[in-house]
Design a binder for this molecule. Structure first.
Ligand code: ADP
Ligand code: MN
Ligand code: MN
Length: 173
C-alpha cells in the first residue's frame, strides 16, 4: 500500500550527527523521529553483548519486526548506523551523513567514549563502512542514496533543506 508520507533512513557512523539532524528535521516536518539505538536499548532488541566494546549487538530480526509496522504507516525518520537489514520497499530515501576524521574524533572524545571505541568508529568512517553497507544493500534497487557532509552547522542547514524539499515533493506511488 502506498504511503502518504515518505520514510527516510538517516544513517552513518556514530558521531556524524544523525540524531541532531533527525531532531531538527522532525521539528520542521511532519516526520516522526525513530531513534533506533534507543529502541534497541529500551525494548531490548538484542541477544548478544560485545564484551570488548561493552555494548549490545542489535538483533536484525527483532529490530526489523519493531520497525515494520511503523514504516508501513509511513512518515518515519529512521536514525540508525545500520541499513542492510531493512527492506528497500519500506524506504523512500537513504541519507548517509559524513564527517571528516578530525571532526568525528573530537565529537567522540567529547562523548567520553573509550579510546578503542573512538578508534573503531573513526576507522569505520575512513573506510566508509556505513556508506558501503547502504550502497551494497540497495544497489539492485531504485532507492536513492544521498551522501551528505555533516561537519558544520552550514552543512546541516544544507542537508536539512535538501531533505525537507524531498519530503515536501514526495508523492505516493
Ligand atoms: P549520532 O546520532 O550520529 O551519533 P549526534 O547527533 O549525537 O550523532 O551528534 C554528535 C555530536 O556532534 C553532538 O555533540 C552534536 O551536537 C554534534 N554535531 C552533530 N552534527 C553537527 C554539525 N552538522 N555541525 C556541528 N556539530 C554537529
Ligand atoms: Mn544518535
Ligand atoms: Mn520503493
Amino acid at each position: 500500500m502506498a504511503r502518504s508520507k515518505p520514510n527516510i533512513l538517516v544513517t552513518g557512523t556514530p558521531g556524524v550527527g544523525k540524531t541532531t539532524f533527525c531532531e531538527a528535521l522532525a521539528g520542521s516536518t511532519q516526520l516522526q523521529h525513530l531513534e533506533v539505538s534507543k529502541m534497541v536499548r529500551e525494548k531490548r532488541l538484542y541477544k548478544e553483548w560485545d564484551d570488548e566494546l561493552d555494548c549490545s549487538i542489535f538483533d536484525e530480526e527483532m529490530v526489523y519486526d519493531a520497525l515494520e509496522p511503523l514504516l508501513e504507516a509511513g512518515g518515519c525518520l529512521i536514525d540508525f548506523h545500520s541499513s542492510a537489514f531493512l527492506d528497500d520497499g519500506l524506504l523512500d530515501l537513504v541519507v548517509v551523513l559524513r564527517a571528516d576524521t578530525s571532526t568525528l574524533y573530537d565529537r567522540l572524545e567529547r562523548r567520553h567514549y573509550p579510546e578503542s571505541k573512538v578508534k573503531q568508529n573513526v576507522e569505520a568512517e575512513i573506510f566508509q563502512t556505513c556508506l558501503d553497507e547502504a550502497r551494497e544493500a540497495f544497489e539492485e534497487t531504485e532507492l536513492a542514496i544521498w551522501e551528505l557532509p555533516h561537519d558544520t552547522e552550514e552543512h546541516m542547514q544544507e542537508a536539512l533543506e535538501r531533505v525537507q524539499e524531498f519530503a515536501q515533493s514526495y508523492t505516493p506511488g
